[in-house]
Design a protein around this ligand. Structure first.
Ligand SMILES: [Zn+2]
Length: 133
């Protein structure tokens, strides 16, 4: 899929009526402006969720994506990997992975320290708005 096709699919699914946490995207960006549509009936990889303490990693090989284990994974254990969403979109993607290092939003691992700083700065403002009512 191209950027335009992905955007069209997004508009078909959500229009302009969505709020943070509503968005479900099964597209995997393989390179700038080119995506694999993961929402295909035969694709079971779409069931691998994000975790802030993932047990798999996505490896690019030409235009294929391999979900590869980073550690031993028990039979029946959920397969997870870092969705690597950009920091700028964090509010649209709350994370519910429940791991000790979860920052509350699905953001690429290397951006999580920056996000935690942003959230710490925002917390006093949120508290003061609540107490001002
Ligand atoms: Zn998390």
């Amino acid at each position: 899929m191209t950027d335009d096709e992905l955007w069209q699919q997004f508009q078909d699914n959500y229009g302009n009526e969505y709020k943070p946490g509503d968005l479900h995207v099964w597209a995997f960006e393989v390179r700038d402006g080119l995506y694999i549509d993961g929402d295909h009936p035969d694709n079971i990889a779409k069931f691998a969720n994000h975790s802030c303490d993932e047990n798999c990693e996505a490896i690019m090989d030409e235009d294929r994506i391999w979900i590869s284990a980073k550690c031993d994974i028990a039979n029946g254990e959920e397969l997870t990997f870092d969705y690597r969403f950009p920091l700028k979109d964090f509010l649209y993607h709350p994370c519910h992975c429940g791991t000790p290092d979860c920052c509350g939003f699905i953001v690429a691992k290397e951006e999580r320290t920056k996000l935690k700083k942003i959230l710490r700065k925002q917390a006093p403002r949120r508290l003061s708005k609540k107490t001002a009512k």
